[in-house]
Ligand binder design. Structure first.
Ligand code: CUA
Length: 171
């Protein structure tokens, strides 16, 4: 079969573009740890404020050294509005909204998710740099959208004994 020279060029170019697309997905997934959300867990938005988990949002230190952070995103703020987590520990964020769609972006990190009423958004990440991070809502949610923010404080890992105990259940 005779394939025209210019057609060959286009076939190779199209094939090359597909390879670049697949490689960029692989690079962001494995190289940059950016993953699409795959966690589907539903919750009735009307019951968020009485839910046993989400009515008591806060930071919990788990026995295995990991951390769970439960957060309510609402018009127009986050509870808790100040979150303290240790450095270099897996931190799992669990979020939901009792009202409308919000965003949850920890600026200058890969922590970023939509918060959709009816669903629990969850992701796990680690923070290698101690310090203060700004958390913003990045989905327009109403007149107070621009003031919807919170603060994440990444602390040097507490010593093995005692120091972490005070953080359990911090609100
Ligand atoms: Cu919440 Cu914008």
């Amino acid at each position: 079969m005779n394939v025209d020279f210019y057609e060959k060029i286009w076939m190779w170019a199209a094939g090359g573009i597909i390879v670049i697309f697949l490689a960029s997905i692989g690079f962001t997934t494995f190289g940059k740890a950016i993953q699409p959300p795959s966690h589907v867990e539903m919750i009735n938005p009307d019951s968020v404020r009485t839910d046993p988990e989400f009515s008591r949002p806060g930071v919990t230190m788990n026995a295995d050294g990991s951390v769970t952070v439960v957060i309510q995103a609402f018009m127009f703020g986050f509870t808790p509005s100040e979150i303290r987590v240790p450095r270099n520990r897996p931190v799992t964020f669990r979020l939901t909204s009792p009202d409308v769609i919000h965003g949850f972006q920890i600026v200058q990190t890969n922590g970023n998710t939509m918060v959709v009423p009816g669903y629990v958004s969850q992701f796990t990440t680690q923070f290698s740099r101690a310090g203060e991070y700004l958390i913003v809502c990045n989905e327009y949610c109403g007149l107070g959208h621009h003031i919807m923010a919170a603060k994440l404080i990444v602390e040097e890992s507490p010593a093995a004994s005692g120091a972490g105990a005070g953080m359990g259940g911090a609100r």
